[in-house]
Design a protein around this ligand. Structure first.
Ligand code: GRF
Length: 200
């Protein structure tokens, strides 16, 4: 399967996918391009180091959000992906992108959805005082972190945690979960029935 991965930051989830693909010829998927909403991020450096094509699609370079959404969809479509993976991509895609990639667009979120959606899931869980949190890999729908859940991983919150220490511990679980889920979707296929994701 052909993967296009979208990043906005350090790209350690991307790196986990690249390492899994390099280590396992039978993984069943390969990254064909990496896109971002900004330049100057480690995620793009990781893609370049792996010899991958990269593209940057900035909201500010377009007259409005719909134009950006269309441009992002065009940039992704150019690589003919079977699956698009948002690995820390911090923009909400619009109707055009979803019309073209909905149902094959996966996101990873650092909280146990539906709890703590949005851009500050780790901070919000910590502030709430939950004893366990974790990460969720889900299909993207037209909401914010509301699409059908594929898999989740649980992480204990420690009393001495701050956002950074908790997020790093979540990311250790998240990277493994994303690698496992993407490989299974790529190798075994899947069906989405309402809110249920069936992976044979
Ligand atoms: C991940 O925890 C992702 O869930 C969140 O931001 C983090 C991105 O980390 N949205 P990285 O860029 O993959 O290192």
């Amino acid at each position: 399967a052909r993967l296009v991965v979208l990043v906005s930051g350090s790209g350690t989830n991307l790196q986990a996918l690249l390492d899994a693909i390099a280590d396992d010829p039978g993984y069943g998927a390969r990254v064909v391009a990496v896109g971002a909403d900004r330049d100057g991020i480690a995620g793009l450096d990781r893609a370049r180091a792996a010899g991958l094509p990269v593209f940057v699609c900035r909201v500010g370079d377009h007259p409005d959000r719909a134009a950006w959404d269309r441009a992002l969809a065009d940039a992704v479509a150019a690589y003919q992906p079977d699956l698009v993976v948002s690995a820390g991509f911090m923009k909400i895609v619009g109707p055009e992108f979803l019309a073209r990639f909905g149902g094959r667009f996966v996101n990873t979120h650092p909280a146990l959805l539906p709890s703590f959606p949005g851009a500050h899931g780790v901070r919000d869980a910590l502030a709430y005082g939950v004893k366990v949190t974790g990460c969720t890999v889900h299909f993207v729908d037209d909401g914010v972190d509301t699409g059908p859940i594929i898999a989740q991983g649980v992480v204990e919150v420690r009393t001495e945690d701050d956002e950074a220490t908790l997020h790093e511990r979540i990311k250790e679980v998240e990277r493994r979960l994303l690698v496992e889920v993407v490989g299974r979707l790529a190798r075994d296929g899947y069906r989405i029935e309402g809110r249920k994701v069936i992976v044979p």
